[in-house]
Design a protein around this ligand. Structure first.
Ligand SMILES: C[S@@+](CC[C@H](N)C(=O)[O-])C[C@H]1O[C@@H](n2cnc3c(N)ncnc32)[C@H](O)[C@@H]1O
Ligand code: SF4
Length: 384
């Protein structure tokens, strides 16, 4: 484990470690010139470099890191393991800022809570808290908006605004835990944005999750629409995280229509890359498949999936499509029948438990509402 952590640390780009200057500043702060910088989001290497720059012994870096994430310190003065004089010095240039929860939608039926979070520069992202038998899982956003243009997804409606910093991803956990009085034990990077298009910050975030929050690598899932070169890079990191691929069709032409990224990264190349990923990491890849009526829920789709995956050590996760405003697709009425066909064909598949159906479950809807100044509503039970 220690060896693996050291490996991640060496690979994670960190301005502090690289330049010997102030640790990597979050993007939001870079825009603000003289504004204080956010300590939240520094990796262990970043904390150590900061302490070194301040003329402090190296162990102070670990102390800061532990209080930032292990203790969820909300202010520099809450880092009571650091000497008061050092805290005063830190406060001249540094703050701890998690952003704030702007609003919450709760699904009273299944306990899912979707929160709209405001970032330091006023941009918003969503994060979703899900309750399971084993504890709490958080679905984290990785970007403000998304450039990928998938036709069924609300996250991409206004395009990409910017990447989230590692701190802004980690703050989603701290904020939700503080607001709800819970501990998050699993994290899925399946919120707004394409995590592999924000690769360096994603790796920093994973490091913070693992070393700072103490969340095991196997309890972290990263989902991608299939950015092949970044999947190849991720395979080389040798992390034990779970990789999920948004597949949504076994047909290249259909995929190109509903997921523009497929034009650049064709299905055969993507599947080959996933095979290599499994061979290198030993981690089984999950394929996500949101069923859309007449688009990808036909007999021929089931047959094609069986042809692609029969005998392969993969998992297919069938998802009920969440309706989005003005979306071109309707959810399939044949989810269980489709699953049955796949199972009969020898495919290891499950239907994802539907969560948050009484709120704006589709990822990006809430942020979109906020941008359009549409009031945030929790729909009555059963209404779609
Ligand atoms: C929002 S994406 C974020 C992660 C990454 N960008 C990706 O595409 O895998 C997370 C998952 O939600 C799925 N998704 C997007 N819009 C959806 C919708 N309207 N209904 C159901 N699933 C949806 C995506 O295909 C993907 O599997
Ligand atoms: S599904 Fe993922 S990649 Fe596609 S637009 Fe939505 S967030 Fe972006």
């Amino acid at each position: 484990m220690k060896k693996m952590q050291a490996k991640i640390q060496n690979r994670i780009p960190d301005t502090a470690a690289r330049d010997g200057e102030a640790p990597a500043l979050p993007l939001a702060d870079e825009k603000n010139g003289d504004a204080p910088s956010n300590l939240f989001g520094l990796t262990l290497a970043g904390c150590s470099a900061l302490m070194r720059d301040l003329g402090e012994p190296k162990f102070r870096g670990r102390q800061l890191f532990e209080w930032l994430y292990g203790k969820r310190a909300m202010a520099v003065d809450a880092c009571t393991n650091l000497p008061k004089k050092l805290r005063e010095t830190l406060k001249t240039r540094w703050i701890i800022d998690w952003g704030e929860v702007l609003g919450v939608q709760a699904d009273l039926e299944d306990g899912t809570k979707k929160m709209l979070i405001r970032l330091a520069d006023g941009e918003c992202v969503e994060t979703v808290l899900m309750a399971y038998d084993y504890g709490y899982s958080l679905c984290v956003s990785s970007q403000v908006g998304c450039a990928m243009g998938c036709a069924f997804c609300a996250s991409t409606k206004g395009g990409l605004v910017r990447n989230l910093t590692a701190g802004e991803m980690a703050a989603q956990i701290a904020l939700v835990e503080a607001a709800e009085g819970v501990r998050i034990s699993r994290v899925v990077v399946m919120g707004i944005g394409e995590p592999l298009a924000n690769y360096d910050n994603l790796l920093r975030f994973i490091q913070i999750l693992n070393q700072g929050f103490g969340i095991g690598m196997r309890r972290i899932t990263v989902s991608t629409c299939g950015i092949v070169p970044m999947i190849e890079r991720l395979a080389d990191e040798a992390l034990e995280i779970n990789l999920a691929i948004s597949l949504h069709s076994p047909d290249q032409a259909v995929r190109e229509q509903i997921m523009p990224a497929a034009r650049r990264y064709p299905l055969d190349r993507l599947l080959k890359t996933c095979k290599n990923y499994f061979n290198k990491t030993g981690r089984r890849v999950t394929f996500e498949y949101a069923l859309m009526a007449g688009v990808n829920d036909r007999d021929e789709d089931a047959k094609a999936l069986i042809g692609l995956f029969s005998g392969e050590n993969v998992h297919l996760n069938l998802i009920r499509l969440n309706p989005i405003t003005d979306g071109p697709f309707a959810g399939s009425q044949n989810v269980t029948g489709f699953a049955k066909k796949l199972k009969t064909g020898g495919i290891n598949c499950t239907i994802r438990r539907r969560i948050g159906k009484n709120i704006d479950a589709a990822c990006g809807q809430l942020r979109h509402r906020q941008e359009q100044a549409v009031p945030m509503v929790t729909k009555p039970r059963g209404e779609r």
